[in-house]
Design a protein around this ligand. Sequence first.
Ligand code: UTP
Length: 295
Amino acid sequence: MKVVIPAAGLGTRFLPATKSMPKEMLPVLNRPVIQYVVEEAIAGGADDITIVTGRGKRAVEDHFDHNPDLGGSGTRASLRELEEVMGKAAFHFVRQRTPRGLADAIACAEHHVGNEPFGVLLGDSIHVSETPLLTQLRTTFERMGGKASVVALERVPRDKLSSYGVAGGTPVDLQVIRVERLVEKPKPADAPGDTALTGAYYLTPAIFGAIRATPPDRKGEVQLTDALARLVATEGVYGLIFEGRRYDTGTPLLWLEANVRFALRDPAYRDRVIEIFRESTRAESATRPSEAPAP
Ligand code: UTP
């Protein structure tokens, strides 16, 4: 399966860390976010991965290449793991010259993808699930007749919907909806439903025509949500409320949350991290006069 990973965005919500460093290379524990994304793609059946990069993103390409300065291939276990990942798929890099939105980034991979359905995973979002997310999406694609794109959805509280692309439609079963409306970052009153796009897709090649037909928004970006909305009216789009959890790492707080949650699940970090929290909460309350016990 071909998979496209857009990683050319500017990461403005994470400045100044992302001034010269790709946000996709920020680490969650000891691995850059994009390594998790690539591992997720391979677990879901990707054997051909196109990463869309741009200015200042050389570190992404270098990460998936050999580094002769570090000695023979993967002498350390952590590097061996990465080399194994690299051996499981063909890697391609295409450049988005100007970061003009997610849809524009995906269009940069059109030539490489050709005329077949393909997966898309965002370079700054990690999905954790029992069954790899791309497998869930592809299975749904086939179950729904193999002709319409499938987007991953998660339920989001109403007051948070305005930060997401939001989908509304008719339920097909407990997990799948036939999408009828898609709105990017709606005002609460305009949200077409309570499920949001999480940044994982299984798309038909018709998306490329839809992207070409989609005008840029006020910020000059071509939104994938708007291009998908065009497909709703033609070949249709299904939404899968996927099994698993998404970790967006695009802001300092979200990135910190991903680190804490991953550390708490990992025996190598867990106990010490809990200790650090206990110690610092104790120290924190000791310095707060209002919480001091009454004399
Ligand atoms: P985001 O919208 O979260 O990334 O896109 P951004 O634009 O870099 O973030 P901010 O808002 O400025 O902080 C999600 C994914 O799509 C890629 C990003 O690199 C990220 O992995 N993307 C986004 C592109 O490849 N090209 C773009 O023009 C925009």
